[in-house]
Structure formats: C-alpha cells, structure tokens
Design a protein around this ligand. Structure first.
Ligand SMILES: N[C@@H](CCC(=O)N[C@@H](CS)C(=O)NCC(=O)O)C(=O)O
Length: 232
C-alpha cells in the first residue's frame, strides 16, 4: 500500500492519475495546504519543502523499510520504475520521457503557478507581473503545441511526462489561455481528459475537497509570503 500525502492541486493530481492508471493500491492522506497541514512535523519529516505531493511506499521493491519521497517528478519516476509502466526501459525512450518530465518540473509548473498567483490570487493587480507570466504561459503552451504537432503524446507513448503536464493545462482558462489557439495541444488535452483513470482521479479530488475553486483569505495568509516559519 502506498500512502499518498495529497491535496487537490495540479501537483497532487499527477500522482493520483498515475495510481489510477496502474491500479496500484493507495491510501490518501489529505494535507489541507489552505489550513497549514503542510507545516505539521509528521508531514515535514516526509516532505521537508512543505509541499504536496509526497508518498510513503510501505512495501518497496526488494523489501526493507518504507521509503518516503517528495517532489512530484521524483515520485512519478519512482512509481514508474516500481511498476515498469509509463516510462520506457530503453535508453532513448527513457531519456525522451525524462527530459519532458524535467521540462514540466522546471518550467510549466513553476511559471503557470506564478500566473495563477499574479493573475488570480492577489488583490493587487500588477500589470508587469501579469503580462510576464501570461506571456510565459503562452510560450510554454506553444512549446508543447509544437511538440505535439507530429505525435499523439509528449513522448512516443502515453507516459509520466503527459501525466505531469496535463493537470496544469486543465486550468488554461485561469491562465488566460484559449486552447483553440493551440490545436495540437487541444487534441492531446481531449484525449487525456477522456481517459477513465484521469476522470477517476478528478472525481476523487471532488470527494476530498468539495470547496469551490479559489482561495480563502485564511489560505492566502498561510500560503503566501511564508519566509522562514516556525513549525506548528
Ligand atoms: N516542485 C514541487 C511543487 C509542489 C507544490 O508546489 N505543491 C503546492 C501545491 S500545488 C504546495 O504544496 N503548496 C503548499 C505551500 O505552498 O505551503 C512538485 O512538483 O512536487
């Protein structure tokens, strides 16, 4: 059984999509980041960067003590290697998936996260910041669209690279993007959206956090301007 420290955000969905795709048994441990659960010592022991997702594999391959992992890219890689699924074993195929996985981790996630922050979450609208991150989002969507021009998925087959990118594209409207401007990306998006496992992952999220999209003032206080804070 895999324990999944999870909240209903793009980085959380990546892991539940993988687990639903593979059928690996898992147990959700909700970490409500809008209430500050990410600062609890038990969670920080697993995820020292106070971010979801994280997992604990209680039955690692080869036996031994449970293994804990934070960072969604490291988790996807670990689970793909554990199951032998969604990451090719051959050098070229594996390298292709890993470079797009890292591209998501270093570009798509962080930049779109800043887009959400400046465009959506804060009351003060700073035109320079909004323009910077909306444009950068547009650029990254363009990179993906170009990549998908002659292939169905980001790498040769559906992989952990697709699972990492998809939850961020779900929020395209919030990012000021129109998928009609990116026809290859739109086709890819609709193919993944139709997958049963993806639908199950998003349905599960609704059960865990039925709150409407958006952020409460309490959550903003907890999430923004953290600086160096004492554990709670
Ligand atoms: N690079 C990390 C990013 C994780 C991340 O930013 N998680 C957010 C939710 S999407 C979080 O836990 N935020 C809590 C906080 O900011 O305190 C990953 O890919 O796992």
């Amino acid at each position: 059984m895999i324990d999944v420290y999870y909240w209903t955000t793009p980085n959380g969905h990546k892991i539940t999509i993988f687990l639903e795709e593979t059928g690996l048994p898992y147990s959700i441990k909700p970490v409500n980041i809008g209430k500050g659960d990410q600062f609890k010592p038990d969670f920080l022991a697993i995820s020292p960067n106070n971010r979801i997702p994280a997992i604990v594999d209680n039955k690692p391959s080869g036996g031994g003590k449970p293994i804990s992992i934070f960072e969604s890219g490291a988790i996807l890689q670990y689970l793909a290697e554990k199951t032998g699924q969604f990451l090719p074993a051959d050098l070229r195929g594996r390298t292709e998936v890993m470079q797009w996985l890292f591209w998501q981790m270093g570009n798509l996630g962080p930049m779109l996260g800043q887009n959400h922050h400046f465009r959506g979450y804060i009351a003060e609208k700073i035109p320079y910041a909004i323009n910077r991150y909306v444009k950068e989002t547009e650029r990254l969507y363009g990179v993906l669209d170009e990549r998908l021009a002659d292939r169905e998925f980001v790498a040769e087959k559906y992989s952990i690279a697709d699972m990492a990118c998809y939850p961020w594209i779900v929020l395209h409207e919030r990012q000021g993007q129109n998928l009609d401007d990116f026809p290859n990306l739109k086709r890819w998006f609709e193919i993944i959206q139709r997958r049963q496992a993806v639908q199950r992952a998003y349905a599960l999220a609704k059960g865990i956090n039925p709150a409407p999209p958006g952020m409460t003032e309490e959550a903003k206080q907890i999430l923004f301007g953290q600086g160096r804070r004492a554990k709670i």
